[in-house]
Design a protein. Structure first.
Length: 90
């Protein structure tokens, strides 16, 4: 059975309610039809110490697809908690 593209939810996503947590990194893909880039920006801004890595490309995910810039940035955070600059992009 064929599936139809997901329709965006009406209005902006609900605000995230988070408890104290270590800084978090979000990766947003500018050409992601399933998860709009604006949602990744919103998520990062709501997380305590939230950081956004922008992947300028197509597809639903950026990590694990062979882009060395994304892999190094995400692995650097997961292994060494290396922060990303506010304007970081790949």
């Amino acid at each position: 059975m064929a599936s139809s593209p997901r329709s965006p939810a009406p209005g902006p996503p609900a605000p995230l309610l988070s408890v104290a947590s270590p800084p978090s990194r979000a990766v947003g893909t500018t050409g992601d039809a399933a998860t709009p880039y604006q949602d990744a920006k919103s998520l990062a801004s709501q997380l305590p110490g939230g950081m956004l890595l922008t992947y300028r490309g197509l597809g639903h995910t950026a990590y694990g697809r062979g882009n060395a810039c994304v892999t190094e940035a995400v692995d650097g955070y997961l292994v060494d908690l290396k922060p990303v600059s506010p304007d970081a992009s790949c």
